[in-house]
Write a protein that binds this ligand. Structure first.
Ligand SMILES: C[S@@+](CC[C@H](N)C(=O)[O-])C[C@H]1O[C@@H](n2cnc3c(N)ncnc32)[C@H](O)[C@@H]1O
Length: 326
């Protein structure tokens, strides 16, 4: 059943339109959300006049407003307007658009919007040097991680191989359908379990990188962060990673570049001294991964360990996997 506006309400709304200044204001507010001062500058009328008209329009439901900082911003009411007033506005607007004063309003609105753009540009021109510090001070860096995680397809199943205490597993759980963590250390897994307690889309398995306790082609993506270096046979571990990926599935590996810090090797409990990108690429290809791309990560200013590489690849979409993968 169509909604029928009450007579008094409809007449009130029509009366609110019976003024050229209010029609000019409505035209502007249909195109942009504007503050009173901006409206005054555009229609070139004193604030008392503009405020009075805005109040009447708001009382009759033609405009909505919200507070931003210290001022109110106004706009033409949208969904709040019923069919009849919207149809009425459509007719009136077309007529009002032909008035010379409306054309002048449009030009001044454009100028005002250009001014806004320039204000924003000049703010950032001055802030460029200090923006990173201001951003971190005001917002921290958590929101950027959240934004990047939101890029992941939400229906993905992601494996974290050598998941350790589950920091990444916990972060991923909010972004994808299911996260599967594997680690050989019962102690690390216990910490991970504590961390992900209450997350229903996480499963953790005790297992070896060289013989993962996961089915073939069960994951859309698999990560190995700082864990490949511990595998006695890195080639076999990459083969296992490829095996559990769906054809075309994404692999991301982060580990140490070649280094000569015996201190770092001891503290990390590693046998090797990092991976050369060329040998990592060759291992990954042999394991059945294609499109292997290795980049050097810029060391974080506070980081004291050896520099890291980031490798991305995907499982071959056709053909059998390499022997190491089976
Ligand atoms: C340096 S930690 C990194 C943990 C986590 N990925 C992170 O970035 O915080 C390496 C992890 O790999 C696990 N690991 C080492 N060798 C493994 C193997 N052969 N199979 C499964 N997990 C292994 C360790 O137990 C440890 O939790």
């Amino acid at each position: 059943m169509n909604y029928v506006a009450a007579p008094r309400q409809l007449v009130g709304r029509m009366e609110a339109l019976a003024d050229p200044i209010r029609l000019r204001l409505l035209r502007l507010l249909e195109r942009h959300e504007l503050g009173v001062a901006e409206l005054c500058a555009i229609v070139q009328l004193p604030q008392s006049t503009v405020s009075r008209h805005l109040k009447l329009l708001a009382d009759q439901g033609w405009v909505a407003s919200h507070r931003e900082g210290t001022s109110n911003l106004y706009r033409l009411a949208g969904d709040e307007l019923d069919h009849a007033p919207r149809a009425l506005w459509g007719v009136v607007r077309e007529e009002a658009a032909r008035w010379p004063s409306s054309r002048q309003d449009d030009l001044r609105l454009e100028r005002r919007l250009e001014q806004r753009r320039q204000e924003s540009l000049s703010f950032f021109a001055g802030a460029a040097a200090s923006w990173d510090a201001l951003r971190a001070e005001l917002f921290g860096d958590g929101f950027a991680r959240a934004a990047l995680l939101a890029l992941l397809p939400p229906d993905w199943i992601v494996a974290d191989l050598g998941c350790g205490t589950g920091a990444l597993v916990a972060e991923l759980a909010g972004a994808v359908r299911r996260v599967v963590g594997v680690d050989q250390s019962a102690e690390m897994l216990a910490a991970a379990r504590e961390r992900v307690a209450g997350l229903s889309n996480v499963e953790l398995h005790e297992g070896d990188l060289g013989a993962l306790p996961l089915a073939d082609a069960c994951c859309d993506a698999a990560l190995m962060l700082l864990s490949l270096a511990y595998a006695p046979q890195p080639g076999a571990a990459l083969g296992e990673l490829a095996r559990v990926l769906k054809p075309g599935g994404r692999a991301v590996i982060v580990d140490l570049l070649p280094h000569d810090s015996d201190d770092a090797r001891r503290r990390l409990g590693q046998a090797g001294m990092g991976f050369a990108p060329a040998s990592l690429r060759a291992l990954a290809h042999r394991a059945g991964l294609n499109g292997v791309h290795v980049t050097t990560l810029p060391p974080a200013p506070e980081a004291r360990g050896p520099a890291l590489f980031l490798a991305t690849a995907h499982r071959k979409t056709t053909g059998p996997l390499a022997a190491a993968a089976r």
